[in-house]
Design a protein around this ligand. Sequence first.
Ligand code: MBD
Ligand code: FE
Length: 281
Amino acid sequence: MTTANQASPIPAAAAGQPVDPRLHAIVERVLGDLHAAVRDLEITEPELRGALGFLTEVGTAGEWQLFSDVLGISVAVDANSHDRLAQATASNVEGPYYRPDAPLVSPPVSLCGDDEPGEVLLVSGQVRAAGGQPLPGALLDVWQTNQAGLYEHEDPSQPDWNLRRRFTAGEDGRYEFRTVAPAAYQIPHSGPVGRFLAALGRHPWRPAHLHLKVSAAGHWPLTTMLYLDGDPWLHDDTIFSVKPELVVALERHERPEDMAARGLDQPFSTASYDFALEPVG
Ligand code: MBD
Ligand code: FE
């Protein structure tokens, strides 16, 4: 009888040679599972060539992060990394479209210009430590799509850095920012990952979401997403990442006096969310 281990080309550590035991364990296990699949499914040479060509294309198209996301691997790794932070706000994956060093702005914070198309959304809340104390000066780094479901970097009609901002919470840990409600989002699907989804009968949709990184000295930084209640894709996210505790209700304001109080002449929505960060150590 053959076993996966006998098929593994990874030698046991040779005496006196440096070996990375973690890498050794990962490669041996993953290769063991792959060998089992090749044997059990009787994978053919054309199938292998097809797979290698596909994986090459994923790299050429710069879609490896996206591929990991649609395979559910990114969400699984996020769970390994963060489930032990039981007292912190639930984490979520960073996704492929974070840009570090977004413009750092001060109150009143807006993620976009006042003329940004879409319904104004005001998001507010407090950043606290797991024990409940406010975290003054916590840093928030937020990025999202516009109302048409496009990120700034994939849409030449948006200004550079549109809907990407960093700002700090106040002395009481409170924050507030203005934006427009993001739309449900189709991940790029004209490349190899899109072909992969289509071949499996899967759709490319994600529910509308805001990405946030929240950090404060002495606490584990949080990367997460907020989803908008009522979105049709909340229960069918193509990267499997929705957590019920990250879904926020929107309150719509249509009274002229409410609009005037905010300096707006259109109905708008508000949402509130408090973040908890877990102390290091
Ligand atoms: C996205 O907008 C996203 O947030 C993730 C995680 C994957 C693909 C597209
Ligand atoms: Fe996203």
